[in-house]
Design a protein around this ligand. Structure first.
Ligand SMILES: Cc1cc2nc3c(=O)[nH]c(=O)nc-3n(C[C@H](O)[C@H](O)[C@H](O)COP(=O)(O)OP(=O)(O)OC[C@H]3O[C@@H](n4cnc5c(N)ncnc54)[C@H](O)[C@@H]3O)c2cc1C
Length: 455
């Protein structure tokens, strides 16, 4: 009888550069390909993420000739059932480091299901980069240097003549979630990821160092959803980068993703809790009407509103604008970062607990290497500096499209700024900046180092 292994797809929805899949194929005569759908997680995920996942699974299924099993249930129960029904002799998967994946692996270990884990969604698995005294890094730059000298493997080859088990049709309940009406999400799947990477290599990558901060142009790769779902591995990208200054900056951004995963691995409570705990004692306001205005892109601050509307239209937001809207929520509206992070997780198709929670904490001043709390982003100045022609604002805030490049960032200063129903600012930035500094004084952390920071 043919020996059968099982490959459990998790956040690695691809065939190429997938060492765990190669192990599964090498371990048996044929391999069952399985994705386990956790309905509770899907329910919480929001329409954007569900639609992206459904599209990605459909592409994956197509690339394996319609042989992907998709079964709903808890990881333990599904694996137990499938192992018995298909006579599986070994189970293979890549490791995960976000809280949900870690909990799933613990559940399997507890009920005695043995899984052979190979690799992860990172060039260097979280926990591997260590200081000479074997403790972890808490600051990005020394982490980056150690990460570079640690190095990573070359990309793994694509499987050759793989033999996949044909699953029972009842085990192939692929989700049919589609994008909410009027929403066009970026194309999902391994082929789309590789195409995007190739196009970016021959286009934007050479000016990444300068263009990456300008939201009005396609200056960044938009590979984040593909990396989040493992449709492409960072190793594939890193293997093709050279030493030009633009490509070095790109490599450093990939390293931020690895750094945040490492930090979350060592401090799992920071997915929701404060990295610098003294900030938990700060006076914050409860979310109300102003939070609702932020969520819907109606704060009266053009760059903030453009960002929130991009998020709600595309399930993605430019990095510079993520920082601006996050700073506005925490320092102008005095709302705790977790409310914003949860809102982002609901809409982002690149939602990633490590990068999201730590991106928020960095901006809020309570994270690793954090932008000091007292450095409060001025949303009007940020708009003028990074969207000088108003291209980005005009695209997402049509009520302001009639204004010139010099007027669009401060519609309250011109006579016809509110002509098309754009709202007046919900707060006065100058005043709220002082308020946030006063609240910082109350917890008296301005001159103290963060408790975890030791470099
Ligand atoms: C408040 C806030 C929340 C964020 N939430 C997420 C999130 O949920 N998921 C997510 O992937 N990124 C998050 N980021 C990081 C960053 O905004 C996105 O990774 C980036 O905008 C993705 O666009 P891109 O693929 O075009 O990036 P590029 O500029 O092309 O960069 C290439 C890759 O490097 C990585 N990267 C780039 N910048 C960062 C960064 N600052 N931190 C970590 N990784 C980075 C990403 O994997 C990205 O795809 C957040 C940042 C902030 C400030």
């Amino acid at each position: 009888m043919a020996r059968r292994s099982l490959f459990w797809f998790r956040r690695d929805l691809r065939l190429s550069d997938n060492p765990a899949l190669l192990d599964a194929l090498a371990a048996a005569d044929e391999t069952l390909l399985l994705f386990i759908m956790d309905e509770a997680v899907a329910e919480r995920a929001g329409e954007f993420r569900r639609a992206y996942l459904a599209a990605s699974l459909a592409k994956l299924d197509e690339s394996v000739g319609g042989k992907l099993a998709v079964i709903s249930g808890s990881v333990g129960a599904v694996l137990q059932d499938v192992i018995a029904r298909y006579g599986i002799t070994s189970v293979h998967a890549a490791r995960e480091y976000a809280p949900y994946g870690v909990a799933a692996e613990a559940e399997l270990a507890e009920i005695g299901i043995q899984v052979e884990y190979t690799g992860s969604g990172y060039a260097v698995a979280p926990g591997r980069v260590r200081k000479p005294d074997q403790t972890n890094y808490r600051v990005y730059t020394p982490f980056y240097r150690a990460w570079l000298s640690h190095g990573w493997r070359d990309p793994a080859p694509a499987p050759k003549d793989p033999r996949f088990v044909t699953p029972d049709p009842l085990d192939r309940i692929l989700p049919s979630w589609s994008s909410p009406s009027g929403i066009e999400l970026q194309e999902a799947g391994e082929e789309a990821a590789l195409d995007r990477w190739r196009a970016y290599q021959s286009g934007g990558l050479s000016s990444y160092d300068e263009a990456r901060n300008i939201p009005g142009i396609p200056g960044t790769s938009r590979l984040s959803p593909h990396l989040r779902w493992g449709e492409i591995h960072p190793r594939t990208l890193l293997a093709e980068l050279n030493q030009s200054s633009a490509q070095q900056v790109f490599r450093k951004e990939i390293a931020w993703r690895e750094f945040y995963a490492d930090v979350l691995h060592h401090y799992p409570h920071t997915s929701r809790g404060y990295y610098a705990p003294n900030y938990a004692a700060m006076r914050y306001d409860k979310p109300g009407a102003q939070f609702a205005a932020w969520c819907t892109g109606k704060t009266g601050y053009p760059i903030v509103d453009a960002g929130m509307r991009q998020l709600r239209r595309e399930g993605w937001m430019h990095n510079r604008v993520r920082m601006i809207v996050a700073s506005f929520l925490v320092k102008d509206l005095h709302i705790e970062w977790q409310y914003g992070a949860n809102f982002f997780m609901k809409f982002l198709i690149d939602n990633d607990v490590a990068s999201n929670s730590h991106g928020w904490q960095w901006t809020a001043g309570c994270g690793t290497d954090a932008s000091p709390y007292y450095r409060v982003f001025n949303p009007t100045e940020q708009g003028r500096r990074f969207d000088p022609q108003g291209t980005y604002i005009r695209k997402y805030v049509p009520e302001l499209a009639h204004l010139s490049a010099s007027d669009i960032h401060a519609p309250w200063e011109v006579l016809d700024g509110f002509r098309h129903g754009y709202p007046a600012p919900i707060v006065d930035h100058a005043q709220e900046r002082l308020e946030s500094l006063a609240r910082l004084e109350e917890i008296k952390v301005a001159k103290e180092p963060y408790p975890h920071q030791n470099v």
